[in-house]
Write a new protein. Structure first.
Length: 362
């Protein structure tokens, strides 16, 4: 019989919860067994939704994706709770509020039907869903994401709404088409208007943070625009006064989309500046030339105050933008990010034999 350890979880707003965890089970599973629903999604070490900081205790981490938990973060004491097996009592800190934890076996799944499928660019589609059934309302904090089940399979994929919460049940997704991607293939050939889809969520902790009146800079690569747009649209609805910049980067002009929507938002929000950047721009491109990282670096050079920075998109872009923020000494607690990691099982990036033992003491 495996030893039982005491787990203490402290939330972002300073509340604590306690539960027990056996040495042979991970922290998320132990919490679920005791009807405590902590933030999690893939439960396979691949998505980083369950990331936490261990302030005290010994544990083993088994099979985390290096994208979800880079070695330097692991070194600092960060853990993925779905892959964290305690070897002593643990004191853990999670980056979300107590209200995001639920204590009932509630079913977060609902059904929504496909109402629009539109090709926006060479590698991007928009999928619009509308919730059906009794309660139409869709509630989420802008920046969060939902898991959508691929019809006829048990597989789910994570996508972030680009719109804001609403009573009409509308969900607007911007989806990158990947070669041989299961959801991408479904969109390319199987999806039909009126088809019901199972949706789970909201999930995730990416979202707007209260910051007084500090400027907010949002940096999005490709469909990383979706949660960023949701947050900026929310700021517009709330008439938030901060100076706001939205950097939207694509590789090639034919991959760009939502230019008219972004220009319209810029015209409607006096505090918003939009920079649309194409890395391999051709003659006809009239927006910014160069990578979104270059344009961000150039702007930060001329910025006297340090803005809050929100980063979202492919992991390599997020890492490069993070390095630029470091270069300009932007405090880490002013940088918020979401990497669009592959959903579901973490695949090749996840090495199940990668077992790390840690000892942390305050
Ligand atoms: C929290 C979160 C929110 C997300 N929100 C969005 C969103 O709003 N819009 C969006 O387009 N994507 C989003 N993603 C990424 C998306 O969930 C994954 O890219 C997903 O795997 C795509 O599903 P698929 O079935 O088409 O491809 P899969 O069947 O999962 O993958 C097919 C192939 O592509 C590779 N691959 C998977 N993802 C990527 C990637 N991002 N870049 C390069 N290669 C990849 C895989 O390794 C595999 O070889 C999000 C991811 C996370 C974790
Ligand atoms: S839920 Fe732990 S990494 Fe996805």
């Amino acid at each position: 019989m495996s030893r039982i350890h005491q787990i203490e979880i402290t939330t972002e707003d300073g509340e604590t919860i306690h539960f027990e965890c056996r040495g042979d089970e991970d922290v998320i599973t132990a919490a679920l067994r005791q009807e405590i629903f902590l933030m999690s999604s893939c439960r396979e070490g691949g998505c980083a939704t369950c990331k936490a900081f261990c302030a005290e205790g010994d544990y083993q981490l088994v099979g985390c994706s290096v994208q979800a938990l880079p070695p330097e973060e692991e070194e600092e004491g960060n853990v993925l709770l779905c892959r964290c097996f305690p070897e002593s009592d643990l004191e853990l800190e999670v980056p979300y509020a107590y209200s995001r934890i639920s204590f009932a076996p509630e079913d977060r799944c609902f059904t929504a039907e496909v109402v629009e499928l539109a090709r926006l660019a060479s590698n991007t589609m928009r999928l619009r869903l509308r919730r059906i059934g009794g309660d139409r309302k869709v509630t989420f904090a802008p920046g969060q994401y939902l898991d959508i089940q691929i019809p006829g399979t048990e597989l789910t994929r994570s996508f972030s709404p680009a719109n804001t919460p609403n009573e009409e049940g509308e969900l607007e997704f911007l989806i990158r088409l990947l070669p041989d991607g299961r959801f991408s293939d479904y969109l390319r050939s199987g999806a039909q208007i009126g088809q019901p889809l199972t949706v789970k969520g909201p999930l995730g902790v990416f979202g707007l943070k209260e910051n007084g009146f500090r400027p907010r800079y949002f940096v999005a690569g490709g469909t990383g625009l979706a949660p960023v747009l949701s947050m900026v649209r929310q700021m517009h609805q709330w008439k938030e006064p901060q100076e706001t910049r939205l950097y939207f980067g694509v590789n090639k002009p034919e991959e760009a989309f939502y230019l008219a929507e972004l220009k319209a938002l810029e015209a409607a929000m006096p505090n918003l500046g939009v920079r649309i950047c194409a890395w391999q721009a051709d003659e006809g491109w009239s927006e910014e030339r160069g990578s979104v990282i270059d344009v961000l670096r150039r702007d930060l050079e001329h910025k006297p105050t340090q803005p809050d920075i929100y980063l979202c998109g492919p992991p390599a872009m997020v890492d490069a933008a993070y390095a630029v923020c470091d270069q300009f000494a932007i405090p880490r607690n002013q940088i918020f990010l979401e990497k669009f990691l592959p959903s579901g099982p973490c695949g090749e990036a996840c090495d199940a034999s990668r077992v790390h033992h840690h000892s942390v003491s305050a």
